[in-house]
Ligand binder design. Structure first.
Ligand SMILES: Nc1ncnc2c1ncn2[C@@H]1O[C@H](COP(=O)(O)OP(=O)(O)O)[C@@H](O)[C@H]1O
Ligand SMILES: [Mg+2]
Length: 245
């Protein structure tokens, strides 16, 4: 079953910056797909089109059986919960503690009022504590995020995406600012937790080695065009040259 179907997807930022050009891509349920490409090739834009943060200027995106173009704002919010995003800088709120940052991931479920007063339902708090434990941060619930290391912050970002119980996890260079070992550990954790939840994972990576090692399939962009789409083991050094040089 395909959970993401992109047909001739294009995006142009005003006035005339073409970020994606006629992308055709299908992702199956439970797959783990790495998105490679130089900086500026369109990776972030592609991920943002998949969860409705960017509205494509051409073509079609069907995500979890819904054509994105047809969704109301409310339906888009629901989609963003079902296709959760882990941002490059983790988009955490530094002054708030780990538990509150993770609970922010549950906001999609709440009406505005309790959100304003940061009153979260007991169930949500229990769920948040559960994922904090899953990412190895038990005991840090009340620690301000600004006191954490890069690797720990990344785990908070993962927990915040997982607490939404997403069917698709989109991760935008989730390990960009980590040393190689911390990055590998964070990736392995993300993979293990998404597999346990039978979630589909699409992640952009700077690291070709990690893409080959940890993903089933590699999709590569070059200057807004999709130039490679195949099993990770067929991503040869020749292909790599073509994409980066
Ligand atoms: N908000 C924006 N407004 C205008 N141009 C943008 C915007 N975001 C990205 N771009 C441009 O679109 C292209 C693709 O960017 P992006 O999707 O961020 O690539 P990547 O994530 O691979 O680095 C780049 O040329 C970038 O400068
Ligand atoms: Mg990017």
């Amino acid at each position: 079953m395909s959970v993401i179907v992109l047909r001739n997807l294009s995006h142009c930022y005003p006035p005339n910056r073409v970020a994606l050009s006629n992308i055709n891509l299908q992702v199956e349920k439970g797959e783990r797909v790495a998105l490679l490409g130089r900086s500026g090739s369109g990776k972030s834009t592609l991920l943002r089109c998949i969860n409705g943060l960017v509205t494509p200027t051409g073509g079609s995106a069907i995500v979890l059986d819904r054509e994105l173009r047809d969704l109301s704002e409310r339906e888009k919010r629901d989609l963003r919960r079902r296709a959760g995003m882990i941002f490059q800088d983790y988009a955490l709120i530094d002054r708030l503690d780990v538990l509150t940052n993770v609970l922010v991931g549950r906001l999609g479920y709440l009406s505005t009022l309790p959100t304003l007063f940061r009153l979260f339902p007991k169930d949500d708090i229990e769920k948040a504590k559960g994922v904090i434990n899953d990412v190895g941060l038990a005991g840090y619930e009340r620690t301000q995020v600004r006191r954490l290391s890069g690797g720990q912050r990344q785990r908070v970002g993962i927990a915040r995406a997982l607490v939404q119980e997403p069917e698709i996890i989109l991760a935008d260079e989730p390990t960009a600012n980590l040393d190689i070992r911390t990055a590998d550990e964070a990736l392995q954790l993300l993979i293990q937790l998404s597999e346990q939840r039978h979630a589909t994972l699409v992640l952009s990576l700077m690291d070709v080695r990690a893409a080959r090692q940890f993903c089933h399939r590699i999709v590569a962009l070059r200057e807004a065009h999709l130039v490679f789409n195949g099993p990770a083991e067929t991503f040869s050094d020749e292909v790599m040259e073509k994409i980066y040089y």
